[in-house]
Design a protein around this ligand. Structure first.
Ligand code: NAP
Length: 259
């Protein structure tokens, strides 16, 4: 007698939630494939199987779901992934595969903090002059650094990967006056206070990623009276099932394809 094959979950990864969910699903007996875009050179090891690289748009993802006999698709990409969530929603529908988006809630603003909200990163670059910014802490990663290329301010840029020599080999446009800080979260308030003080930061630019791993900079900025420019999340697909936590996503998988 052959054992029934474990139910297969394709997990679109790239977040701490995706890593945690992979572990919980593998522990529960699911056959989990974590998929990475291939942007970060060396993602940390994780339970289950791993694949890397794009699928080739919605059509490629539909083919993949069918070919690999995927039972459930969980999109746990970053809240700022602007394309993949739409591909996942459309492909899940087209292939008839159960689909969930796992996305953590947006951050809430401390009372009186007066965050300046912008629709996107270029808009964040445009508001700096009006805020009288001189020394700016940029925590938006490195891919959209070019938006600040024409800005006269001094920038401290924190990213996981160095600004040079990244995956595509393409030159990265950047501001003239810049210092790199290569660090991977999580960060704590004491450390973030030190970063803001040591570099005499007057404005912090952040993307509304949500979650706890990178929240400390906002609390540190509030404590020091550093202005915050918060970039809002991109539009997301509507009419899909959404979970806010790993626990919720785990329950969803169990209810949709568990025994
Ligand atoms: P995106 O703009 O939504 O997607 C661009 C393309 O990258 C997609 O069309 C897809 O290519 C491919 N892709 C994205 N996520 C993938 C995945 N998990 N597995 C396989 N292919 C994937 O995404 P992004 O903003 O570039 O983010 C790429 C990855 O970095 C995601 O895994 C995301 O979770 C992670 N990440 C993003 C941010 C951010 O701020 N955007 C921050 C932290 C982590 P095809 O069309 O060819 O399938």
């Amino acid at each position: 007698m052959t054992a029934p094959h474990a139910r297969r979950v394709l997990l679109l990864a790239g977040t701490t939630e995706a890593t945690a969910l992979a572990g919980r699903l593998v522990g529960a007996g699911f056959d989990v494939v974590s998929s990475f875009a291939g942007v970060t050179s060396a993602p940390a090891a994780r339970p289950g199987r791993v694949r890397r690289g794009g699928f080739g748009g919605t059509t490629g993802l539909v083919d993949h779901l069918r070919r690999e006999q995927v039972d459930a698709l969980v999109d746990a990409t970053h809240p700022f992934a602007a394309v993949m969530p739409f591909h996942a929603a459309d492909a899940g529908r087209a292939a008839g595969v159960a689909h969930l988006r796992l996305v953590r809630p947006a951050w809430s603003e401390p009372p009186g903090a007066g965050w300046v909200r912008t629709a996107d990163v270029p808009a964040a670059a445009r508001v700096l002059a009006g805020l009288g910014a001189e020394r700016v802490f940029l925590t938006i990663g490195r891919q959209q650094l070019g938006a600040f290329a024409g800005c006269p301010q001094w920038f401290l840029v924190r990213s996981i990967e160095p600004l040079d020599g990244w995956a595509t080999g393409a030159p990265v446009a950047r501001p003239q006056r810049i210092e790199q800080l290569l660090e991977r979260g999580p960060f704590d308030v004491a450390g973030e206070l030190a970063v803001l003080r040591d570099h005499r930061i007057d404005v912090l630019v952040a993307k509304d990623a949500g979650g706890t791993a990178t929240r400390a900079k906002l609390d540190a900025a509030h404590e020091l009276g550093v202005r915050v420019v918060m970039v809002d999340r991109p539009p997301a697909p509507e009419g899909i099932e959404v979970a806010a936590t790993v626990e919720e996503a785990l329950r969803w998988v169990g209810s949709r394809i568990g025994d």
